[in-house]
Ligand binder design. Sequence first.
Ligand code: FPP
Length: 225
Amino acid sequence: MELPRHIAIIMDGNGRWAKKRLLPRSAGHREGMKRMISLSEHAFDMGVEYVTLYALSAENLSRPQEELDGLFSLFRKYFAENVGRLLKKGIRLKVIGDLSLLPPDIGALSKEGEEATAAGERGALVLAIGYGARQEIVSAVNQAVRGGKELSQEEFGRLLSTAGMPDPDLLIRTGKEKRLSNFLLWQCAYTELYFSDKMFPAFTNADLDRALASYAGRERRYGKI
Ligand code: FPP
């Protein structure tokens, strides 16, 4: 079965999953974090090299402070409990997004996690936190303008936060909605899309297997015939 080298996941539906169970939204995010850890380990065990997870968009930062504080606590817990596991498994951590929008300690934990796992050669786990694709593109354009010369697509790609990574082969969005929500707009030009009606906390490793099987059955033509 042909496996994607890079999968990206829009982890949507935590809030609705919790609401349906009469739980606070924070319970949905907590379950989402458990799923996220299990799914990414499963993907790496299958042989996927890059897993990019949309954990918080720049736009999500206008959610109520209480929900944001809960998410920030989860990020702290994630870094405290999982960097060691990534290190053992040979997975590098990378954080993309505008860390200046987040509490300073989260930026510091991200940097520490990246440095501790930098030598990992088996794959990369990329967390998009405070991320917005249009913001990323505008920032790259501004860098290019300061450089004062025209760029090729490859040169432009090197100014993005995903520099050095292959583009996603497969993008999965859970939670029923069918949109990109400002995620990896440049990088997903030829990415295969897979939408699941399941809310993220209910998206199992077997569901990921189904998405991978769907990918394996696709014919990628990149605009050619
Ligand atoms: C979208 O669901 C999900 C988020 C905004 C947060 C995603 C976070 C996690 C999966 C857990 C922690 C992550 C890390 C990196 C440790 P939503 O809240 O928009 O759901 P809704 O559309 O049902 O309201």
